[in-house]
Write a protein that binds this ligand. Sequence first.
Ligand code: F3S
Length: 63
Amino acid sequence: MRVSIDAERCQGHGRCFTVAPTVFGFDDLGNGVVLVASPEGEGARLARLAEVNCPEHAITVEA
Ligand code: F3S
């Protein structure tokens, strides 16, 4: 699995690090950043949940 955030799309809604705090964090502007790019197990499940919950569709999770 490979998790990424498109910084051009991210508007700092924060659902990613709320839903999956073990996978995502935030920068000084409150925009999402990837902490664990290749999560496994529960982290992988939460990464997918964050992907579908980002209002800007900024998160990509590749199998
Ligand atoms: Fe940004 Fe989406 Fe997270 S807008 S802060 S990547 S929920």
